[in-house]
Design a protein. Structure first.
Lengths: 166, 534
């Protein structure tokens, strides 16, 4: 089988000049030199603005006396699609139901925010927070003390001013 | 249909547009139930009298001037009943709203949440938002003694618990005190329910979370529990129960209705004794070798080696020790194996025996029996002899010094010392836990408990009852009927049992007392042995 060769015709000389494209590109460069717009964020000196609905690692709200707000109702482990919450309920010395064990495996978590949505006492929240680095994997299972220590802002799952949003 | 002139003992009525025929004297609530229509109810319970005081089962009966309580209105010929008419629904909504005037919205911390009738009914047809503005009255909680806690705030005053103690337990320890919205259930004396042996049932029949079990308090949510039909293993009455399990652990036992055995009830002794099913430290893999020579093994090697030893021992004298906690299938397979392996000298078992029985006065069929093991009667029928004393100890002197083949199944030998079976030519120990007395065993094989396998028990009424598997066994533990049946089949060259149904079929073949029974026929409710003979 003979090889067929397609012969391309060169464009006319007037259209092969690269000068026009070069000037066009350089004009953009010079424009930014004169009037620069900032794109690079100088993290970690500068922190990004997180959206109010940003969903990051969890945080447990506490009462004024330091007890967790959680009443161990078991709704968050029930609703959790990733099955990452382990909860063992019990009773404290004042007769209140509270979580003896409350663990969230942040590696398994898919940050859907349903735990916050389902919580009847507004105890567990997902947070507007993303700096989670650790030196070991087992540190990503957050226990109750760790969840109560977190102090980052919590997520707004809906706009409180919009009556239709909830 | 031709009328033969006999007075009809059934009535035909119409409920929600469907015609239904029920025996005379059936309540409308029951008649609706046969159609699959659940009329909401609190005070009515099939095992108790019906005071018609909760007012939520009211239904519309055509021709009646006002709504009728369906729990006490008897079905009559030609009646036309509407449970879902606008009037009935509006009335139920109103009654539910009244219940919620003082009922706290503490479902998240209430143990009944998920199986609560108030929660169900309000969810189905209650108001979306409460209209109450006044603060709710608060009682706090009261320790009734025994295993029972009372949360007065949650109570709907159905008085099922009061009527149970009066009518069924015949031990009137509860009453309603005060009136109106201050009414609460209370006990008469300081002792409360302490010492009452059937009081745990009031927790089951409470339609809301007013009466809860201390043992189960905050332990698990109702929707997390798996339910398995089973038989109570704590005495030879064999009450039908559901095992409620979570995370491969038994969380609680609940009675399952069976009018022939336990009605709707079970005793507190049976209810409380389930922790042994969760006991850790089980035997998980077979081990081979006596004393210091014991080595871990696997089923294939252990069973091959055991088969060879049994084949060698042919004609030897065999002694077996069974257990009243073993299923009929296990005991029969043990007997079959012993008869194949040599000459069966004796099959014995031991069981604890309480000092007295404890009947339920209002339901006299149900008795907490003296024998505190589920299959004492089955073991007897299958040819095992009871030995030892009332504590389930002693009686094994002959077995301990036996010089032939010795097989122990399910008995932990807790009272025996390390010399047990020292003279035995072949000592096989099958059990759930290792034991110091199993030191001389040539083979130690791990078994499942009754909750981890299928099988049958024979209760004190001579009734064969099936239990089903609710838990996974630890490691490679196997049901005893499978291990023993496989060995027996290998010795005879027959088919080995592959299911509990096969093992049961072999019992039916070998024992006249079981004649005529089939595995499927035993079903959920059990089957009486005598009925099979008739």
């Amino acid at each position: 089988m003979a090889i067929s060769v397609k012969v391309m015709r060169r464009p006319e000389v007037g259209r092969t000049s690269y000068m026009r494209a070069t000037l066009k590109g350089m004009s953009l460069t010079f424009k930014h030199m004169v009037n620069p717009t900032k794109v690079t964020l100088q993290y970690p000196e500068d922190q990004p603005d997180l959206h109010p609905r940003w969903r990051g690692t969890h945080r447990m709200e506490v009462h004024a006396d330091g007890r967790p707000k959680c009443v161990a109702c078991g709704l968050c482990p029930t609703v959790c699609p990733a099955n990452c919450i382990r909860l063992v309920g019990g009773e404290d010395d004042q007769g209140n139901r509270y979580p003896i064990v409350y663990e969230i495996d942040e590696f398994r978590c898919i940050f859907c925010g349903m735990c916050q949505e389902v919580c009847p006492v507004e105890a567990i929240h997902v947070g507007r927070h993303f700096e989670n680095a650790e030196y070991s994997r087992d540190r990503f299972v957050y226990d109750l003390d760790r969840l109560m220590e977190q102090d980052h802002p919590t997520t707004l799952l809906w706009d409180p001013s919009d009556s239709r949003s909830e | 249909m031709a009328d033969n002139g006999r007075k009809a003992d059934t009535v035909t009525l119409t409920i929600d547009g469907h015609e239904v025929t029920v025996p005379k004297g059936t309540s409308l609530l029951h008649a609706a139930e046969t159609l699959g229509v659940e009329v909401p109810h609190y005070c009515y319970h099939p095992g108790l009298s019906a005071p018609a005081q909760c007012r939520i089962c009211l239904v519309e009966v055509e021709g009646a001037p006002k709504l009728q309580p369906s729990c006490v209105t008897m079905a009559q010929d030609g009646q036309v009943v509407h449970t879902e008419s606008a009037q009935a629904r509006r009335m139920r909504q109103g009654v539910l709203e009244f219940y919620l005037v003082n009922h706290p919205l503490d479902c998240p911390i209430c143990d009944m949440s998920g199986e609560c009738k108030l929660q169900d009914y309000v969810f189905n047809e209650g108001r979306e938002h409460g209209r109450g503005r006044e603060p709710k009255r608060v009682f706090g909680r009261d320790d009734f003694g025994g295993d029972v806690l009372y949360y007065g705030d949650r109570c709907v005053m159905c008085t099922r618990c009061v009527r149970f103690m009066d009518e069924v337990a015949r031990d009137g320890r509860l009453t309603v005190v005060e009136r109106g919205d201050r009414a609460v259930i209370d006990t008469f004396f300081e002792s409360g329910l302490d010492g009452a042996s059937f009081a745990g049932n009031i927790v089951d029949i409470c339609p809301v979370g007013a009466l809860v079990s201390k043992d189960f308090l905050h332990k698990a949510r109702a929707w997390d529990l798996d339910h398995t039909e089973s038989v109570c293993p704590n005495c030879s009455q064999g009450c039908n129960i559901d095992l409620h399990t979570r995370d491969n652990l038994v969380q609680r036992l609940k009675p399952r209705e069976n009018p022939e055995v336990n009605g709707h009830w079970m005793c507190d002794y049976g209810r409380a004794n389930y922790e042994w099913l969760n006991r850790p430290g089980r035997l998980e893999a077979p081990a081979v070798g006596r004393g210091d020579k014991r080595r871990a093994s696997d089923w294939q090697h252990a069973l091959h080696a055991l088969f060879e030893r049994l084949a060698e021992a042919e004609g030897a004298s065999v002694r077996v020790v069974g257990s009243a906690f073993s299923s009929n299938e296990a005991l029969d397979a043990l007997r079959a194996l012993a008869e194949q392996a040599g000459t069966l000298q004796a099959g014995v078992f031991r069981a604890r025996r309480a000092e007295d029985e404890d009947p339920l006065p209002g339901f006299p069929i149900l008795v907490r029996r003296r024998d505190l093991a589920p299959n004492v009667d089955g073991a007897g029928i299958l040819g095992f002899t009871r030995v030892g004393d009332d504590d389930g100890t002693g009686g094994l002197e002959e077995a301990a010094d036996h010089d032939g083949v010795l097989i122990v199944v399910g008995d932990e030998l807790a009272d025996q010392d390390e010399s047990f079976g020292a003279k035995a030519g072949l000592f096989v120990y099958l059990g759930t836990f290792d034991s110091p007395a199993a030191r001389n065993a040539d083979f130690v094989l791990p078994l499942t408990t009754f909750a981890e396998e299928e099988g049958t028990f024979v209760n004190a009424q001579g009734r064969v009852q099936r239990f089903r598997q609710g838990l996974r066994g630890p490691g490679t533990a196997q049901p005893a009927w499978l291990v023993l049946g496989t060995l027996a089949a290998a010795l005879t060259g027959g088919d080995r049992p592959v299911s509990a149904a096969d093992a049961f079929a072999s019992i039916v073949q070998r024992h006249a007392a079981f004649g005529g029974l089939i595995w499927e026929g035993v079903g959920s409710a059990g089957a009486a042995l005598e009925a099979a003979h008739a």
